[in-house]
Ligand binder design. Structure first.
Ligand code: NAD
Ligand code: MG
Length: 397
């Protein structure tokens, strides 16, 4: 068996750690070629000591100096680099054939795009990268000729439920009618909006079913996450937006579904554990042990589904509107949301002001055709500035 050489963008995060957990159990199949992190140098050092990658990347020079020191003490001869160009170098290195894209947010765009262009197998967790650059990213994958495996649990589920030919090129003869994305509804699913004004970051991050990084946890509470996922599904699977539906499913057992023309609905089920989609992406088309307990249907009280209430989840409504608008609207949606969520987590922006900042910002940014990386990066930068100004005005009032 040919051993896969895996680079992990964001190895110290929730997806990164779960990826290493799967790799650890299958040393004959996978070797770690590169590990990258933002600022968590100590955790990255531990990972390098265990997995001995060729390359490790951190955000800045000071982090690189500390990491080098820690690795020299342990006689690990991993090459230590820093900065965004180094992320690109790590994933395009000829030793690596598989890239787990698990940086959170727009910071992951350039290396993920580079991995696509370089024809690597891309395991896509970093949905923000695809939402920002949709068409451009899918073109880069096509030109690079590598495989794109969705890691987001819903999209991984849909990938599993679709005919394999359809995941290569959407074909109307295959009878795919609709994609049904499930959503837990987050910790405030049943809490009236007027009780959410004093919500703290820790309360918003306490997801009922999944353990995840803080940004995506807040996005799950506001359901912006599902909005980003609708846009993600649109690009990944090539169906019109009106055929992509969201269902609130509090138990997080059915990870998503495909409805077919003949009346069949195919669902993928499992424990809410990201190691299942990660193992699927790593080993595809084979299946390997992911370390995940088997699902026991008899121990489940019930499975329930309902339509989302858009007045309860204004972020989901904003995402639908941006998806409809197309062009750079999703780029701006993502940037405004990143700024608003960061301000909620770190700078005292009240929880209920997240959709307010996103909406005001989107109203102030003109939609353009998303036809080049320059335009996308320009809209991203411009939107962040406008969103930051709205945050400032709210926080200082
Ligand atoms: P996390 O916050 O736990 O980890 C993020 C990783 O990115 C860390 O390694 C961090 O060091 C790195 N990072 C952050 N900013 C960086 C920067 N500027 N430059 C370089 N590296 C940087 O996040 P997570 O929960 O693991 O999520 C990662 C991605 O996967 C997100 O896009 C998220 O939407 C997606 N995702 C996560 C889950 C989940 O269960 N956690 C599920 C589906 C999709
Ligand atoms: Mg998801």
């Amino acid at each position: 068996m040919l051993q896969k050489q895996v680079a992990i963008l964001g190895s110290t995060g929730s997806i990164g750690v779960n990826t290493l957990d799967v790799i650890r159990a299958h040393p004959e199949r996978f070797r770690v070629a590169a590990l990258t992190a933002g600022k968590q140098v100590d955790r990255l050092a531990e990972q390098c000591i265990e997995f001995k990658p060729n390359i490790a990347v951190v955000a800045d020079a000071e982090g690189a100096r500390r990491l080098s020191q820690l690795l020299i003490e342990k006689k690990i001869n991993t090459q230590v680099l820093y900065g965004s160009q180094a992320l690109v170098a790590a994933v395009t290195d000829s030793h690596c054939d598989t890239v787990m894209a698990a940086i959170v947010g727009a910071a992951g765009l350039l290396p993920t795009l580079a991995a696509a262009q370089a024809g690597k197998r891309v395991l896509l967790a970093n949905k923000e990268a695809l939402v920002m650059s949709g068409n451009l990213f899918m073109q880069a994958m096509k030109q690079g000729g590598g495989e794109l495996l969705p890691i987001d649990s819903e999209h991984n589920a849909i990938f599993q439920c679709l005919p394999p030919q359809f995941t290569k090129a959407p074909n109307p003869n295959l009878g795919v009618e609709e994609l049904w994305l499930t959503a837990s509804g987050g910790p405030f699913r049943d809490t009236p909006l007027n009780q959410l004004s004093g919500i703290t970051p820790d309360q918003a991050c306490a997801h009922p079913n999944w353990v995840m990084g803080r940004k995506i946890s807040v996005d799950s509470a506001t359901m912006m996450n599902k909005g980003l996922e609708v846009i993600e599904a649109f690009w990944l699977f090539g169906l019109p937006l009106e055929k992509i539906k969201v269902l609130v499913h509090p138990q997080s057992v059915v990870h998503s579904m495909v409805r077919y023309r003949d009346g069949s609905v195919i669902a993928q089920m499992g424990q809410p554990d990201m190691r299942t989609p990660i193992a699927y992406g790593l080993a595809w088309p084979e299946r390997i042990d992911a370390g995940v307990a088997s699902l026991s249907l008899t121990q489940l009280a019930s499975l329930s589904f309902r339509e989302p209430d858009l007045s309860h989840f204004p972020c989901l409504a904003l995402a639908f509107a941006a998806a409809q608008a197309g062009g750079t609207a999703p780029t701006a949606l993502n940037a405004a949301n990143e700024i608003a969520v960061a301000a909620f987590l770190d700078s005292g922006l009240p929880y209920l002001q997240i959709p307010v900042v996103v909406e005001k910002t989107l109203n102030a940014i003109q939609v353009r055709a998303a036809d080049s990386l320059e335009v996308i990066l320009d809209i991203d930068a411009q939107t962040r500035k406008v969103a930051q100004d709205f945050v400032q005005a709210i926080v200082s009032s």
